[in-house]
Write a protein that binds this ligand. Structure first.
Ligand code: ASP
Length: 317
């Protein structure tokens, strides 16, 4: 039986690399997905997820995450969770609950602590510095605070034909206290059905949630569209609609994989993602859309990687 996974952004690479071996050895989609996302959450230099995530306007790190089992359709999610390093693990545990499986803020934290998760300070010196700099910049120039985000989203297909999808994010940098993005919202930030496939989204949550885009990608795959076309058509159609009805379109990127291990993406910004399948070792791709609407997907160059790693490693200095 074939297997594979796809994940958003370059930051997923190490997790995908380590977990792809486990996937090949027969580990479950759920374990592999949790493993990939935990690795990103725990690395402080990835500043948009988990420990070291960028804080909200008040200087507090509030995390959103979700987990979905494509075989049972179980969903667990947390939003505005503070002081817990691995929201994806809390979300996965919650997915086993018949009731109360989506928890927010203080209630989510209390429940995580009850489950045995340790409380810790997630704000690193580096993220705090960035927050202080940004605050000054905003006060001086009235610039838009909303950059410095990126959600880790992953879809996994295992050898036993089970699928899982999940997300984890600190949301938009400088978001208002209590703001929740698309990442923990079923259908919007993620969706998966092992009989079809799964999808996750990243970008401006406020726009992504207007289109319930992850569910729409899965629905299009169910209708028979190949993943590539399902993702691209979903984004194209929605962008047109949003432009017409709302007048503005934020950054949006989608990844998906069907239950045969075929994958697809769509994006309206420069977007990196990582794929590993039975026939393909973990590979980082970079994609963008040309002015005439063509989607270009290329493997990242050595030079690009060096630059990227330089930036990430600098964050500890
Ligand atoms: N979608 C996330 C949010 O709006 C941010 C991101 O994916 O970059 O919270």
């Amino acid at each position: 039986m074939t297997y594979g996974m796809i994940a958003t952004w370059r930051m997923a690479y190490e997790g995908v690399l380590h977990q792809s071996e486990k996937l090949a050895d027969g580990s479950s989609a759920g374990d592999v997905l949790e493993g990939v996302i935990k690795e990103v959450e725990e690395f402080a230099n990835f500043i948009s997820v988990g420990y070291g995530g960028l804080p909200n306007e008040e200087g507090i790190v509030q995390l959103d995450a979700a987990y979905m089992d494509g075989t049972t359709l179980e969903i667990g999610a947390v939003a505005g969770l503070e002081n817990i390093k691995n929201p994806i693990s809390v979300a996965r545990k919650l997915s086993k609950e018949r009731f109360n499986s989506f928890r927010i803020a203080e209630g989510a934290k209390k429940c995580a602590v009850k489950m045995g998760f340790e409380q810790e300070d997630l704000l690193t010196e580096k993220s705090k510095e960035k927050w202080e700099e940004k605050k000054k910049e905003i006060e001086a120039k009235e610039i838009s605070p909303y950059d410095g985000h990126d959600t880790i989203g992953t879809v996994v297909l295992d050898k036993a034909h089970h699928m899982a999808a999940g997300t984890s994010s600190s949301g938009l940098f400088m978001k208002k206290e209590g703001r929740v993005g698309d990442s923990p919202l079923p259908g919007s930030g993620f969706y998966v059905d092992s009989d079809i496939g799964g999808a996750t989204a990243t970008g401006l949550g406020e726009d992504l949630m207007k289109g319930i885009l992850s569910y729409e990608v899965v629905r299009k795959m169910e209708e028979g569209l190949p993943p590539k076309d399902a993702a691209q058509r979903t984004l194209e159609e929605f962008e047109k609609k949003l432009k017409r009805k709302y007048g503005k379109v934020g950054a949006m990127s989608l990844i998906c994989m069907d239950n045969k291990g075929e994958w697809g993406i769509a994006t309206n910004v420069e977007f990196t993602f990582v794929v590993a399948t039975e026939s393909q070792k973990p590979t980082i791709y970079i994609s963008h859309r040309t002015e005439d609407g063509q989607v270009i997907i290329e493997k990242t160059t050595e030079e690009w990687l060096k630059d990227y790693l330089g930036n990430v490693n600098n964050r500890t200095e």
